[in-house]
Design a protein around this ligand. Structure first.
Ligand SMILES: [Zn+2]
Length: 56
């Protein structure tokens, strides 16, 4: 799973559909419908949804 934000190919796999990019500090959810959801991991450990606007 390539990070859709920075292109890092070494994302960590958290579960079947969850990945983690240590570059961006985000969690990437990849659903069966091929829809991506990005969550930024905040300092307190909570996550915040990030709107995706990727042109590549
Ligand atoms: Zn990234």
């Amino acid at each position: 799973m390539k990070c859709p934000i920075c292109g890092n190919e070494h994302t960590g796999k958290l579960s079947k559909s969850r990945y983690f990019c240590s570059n961006c500090f985000i969690e990437i959810f990849y659903s069966k419908k091929h829809e991506l959801q990005i969550f930024k991991i905040l300092e307190d450990g909570t996550t915040s949804a990030v709107p995706i606007a990727i042109n590549n």
